[in-house]
Design a protein around this ligand. Structure first.
Ligand code: ZN
Ligand code: ZN
Length: 113
């Protein structure tokens, strides 16, 4: 079975065409809406609105592994284990501070953990 324990293994996964395809599918399935916001009665859409202050797009959606990739590699591409989240909710879920390093890392706009 494929494992995603190391950074390199994860990077390979997130750069792979399977994931890129799946990510689009999931976002489409979720109407490009953050599912966590939706559960709380808010609508957070992926927009192309550009914030001059932040020098980036205002809202960014990621496709999250509900059960972590590292712990459940067999669910890596399982629809039921994937949902669309906005960056805010994603940070909350993981309890981490998201550093905006999009430009340094080519793949940094993808789900990273
Ligand atoms: Zn959200
Ligand atoms: Zn995540």
């Amino acid at each position: 079975m494929t494992e995603y324990k190391t950074k390199e293994q994860k990077r390979k996964f997130y750069n792979g065409s399977d994931w890129k395809k799946k990510r689009l599918e999931i976002k489409k399935r979720d109407n490009n809406e953050c599912q966590e916001c939706k559960r709380q009665g808010r609508v957070t859409l992926d927009t192309n609105e550009y914030s001059e202050k932040a020098k980036r797009k205002k809202i960014l959606l990621v496709v999250d592994h509900i059960k972590e990739l590292e712990d459940y590699p067999e669910l890596a591409l399982d629809d039921d284990n994937l949902e669309t989240l906005c960056v805010k909710c994603h940070n909350k879920k993981h309890g981490r501070v998201w550093k905006f390093v999009f430009k340094k890392n080519k793949w940094a706009d993808d789900e990273r953990w």
